[in-house]
Design a protein around this ligand. Structure first.
Ligand code: C2E
Ligand code: MG
Ligand code: MG
Ligand code: MG
Length: 294
């Protein structure tokens, strides 16, 4: 911190200096990516959602990445907060939706119109006056069916602008778009809120899945969340499933979908199309093998 006397720089540690420089570089990359039309600095990978009842890929979650010559691939966990801070999340978010619609269009044209695509949306995007109209316009332009789109929103969005968000989501849903509450269980939302929002999916946060089978109390919590969510009409997705035992537990407790490295990491669009095309005849073990070779 820089407080009072002396020049600020003597209070900067090397560590902080490095962090500031990296942050500034990422911000510059974001700025460039936001306003350059055909630029592949920002791109999407897609992580499959496995339907535990049918063993088929029910959907794909679009996950944003940023590539840079010097810094390599930058995680959204790092750059999305910076993009939000700079308000660049609006143009970048539009780009993300357009890219995801591109894949949706390919899926629909290839006869996989039943595969849903999940897109993560920031609160800042959602509270824009013209968000819904923009979404509809883009869907028409990309020739995609909005019934195949799922918007993922995190709980923090709900805590800040609950009324506005609730109203916005209500209107969006009339166009067939579905809504998932992401990272469920980590923040402010509750089953009561999920019901008010009429959320289609609850995505149980990875931290609960991590502790599954090591902490016996969490084991019960996940089972309880699944059955309560079902009673209230929501589908349940478990995120961050990494091993066989978690997979078995979730299957036994009636979880609807899983996502995680156990099954598949996020894949490039080409790889995901390949996977989807071959998948109907594949076993879970085979899918795991295919998605690993990426
Ligand atoms: P999220 O939406 O909860 O996405 C799940 C994250 O967990 C992803 O990280 C995914 O790669 C990772 N993951 C999935 N399965 C496993 C697993 O088995 N083990 C482990 N260790 N991790 C797993 P990622 O891609 O780094 O994304 C981080 C977060 O950044 C996302 O969390 C989401 O909140 C945000 N994000 C990503 N893409 C976008 C986007 O396009 N827009 C917005 N607003 N946020 C995004
Ligand atoms: Mg998500
Ligand atoms: Mg999530
Ligand atoms: Mg999460």
């Amino acid at each position: 911190t820089v407080n009072g006397e002396g020049s600020g720089s003597c209070f900067f540690t090397e560590d902080l200096r490095g962090k500031v420089i990296r942050g500034a570089r990422i911000k510059a990359i974001l700025l460039e990516a936001a306003f350059t039309e055909n630029d592949d600095t920002l791109y999407l990978e897609y992580q499959p959602l496995l339907d535990l009842k049918t063993n088929k890929i029910a959907g794909l979650e679009a996950l944003a990445r940023l590539r840079d010559e010097k810094l390599g691939v930058i995680s959204p966990a790092e750059f999305i907060p910076l993009a939000e801070e700079m308000q660049l999340i609006l143009p970048l978010g539009q780009k993300i939706i357009r890219l995801a619609f591109g894949l949706m269009n390919r899926l629909e044209k290839s006869g996989y119109g039943d595969v849903q695509v999940n897109v993560n949306i920031s609160g800042i995007q959602l509270i824009q006056e013209d968000f819904t109209d923009g979404l509809i316009r883009m869907a028409q332009k990309s020739e995609v069916n909005l019934k195949n789109l799922v918007l993922e929103i995190t709980e923090s969005v709900l805590s800040d602008n609950y009324e506005a968000v609730n109203e916005r989501l209500g209107r969006i849903k009339t166009f067939g778009v579905r809504v998932a509450i992401d990272d469920f269980g980590t923040g402010y939302s509750s089953l009561a809120r999920a019901r008010e929002l009429n959320a289609d999916y609850l995505k149980i946060d990875k931290c609960f899945v991590d502790n599954l089978l090591t902490l016996s109390s969490d084991e019960t919590i996940v089972g309880d969340i699944i059955s309560m969510a079902h009673r209230m009409g929501h589908c349940v997705v478990a995120e961050g499933v990494e091993d066989e035992r978690q997979y078995q537990y979730l299957k036994e407790h009636g979880c609807d979908y899983i996502q995680g490295y156990y099954f598949s990491r996020a894949l490039a669009p080409e790889k995901v199309m390949e996977l989807i095309k071959g998948v109907n005849s594949l076993t879970v073990a085979k899918i795991r093998e295919v998605s690993r070779k990426r």
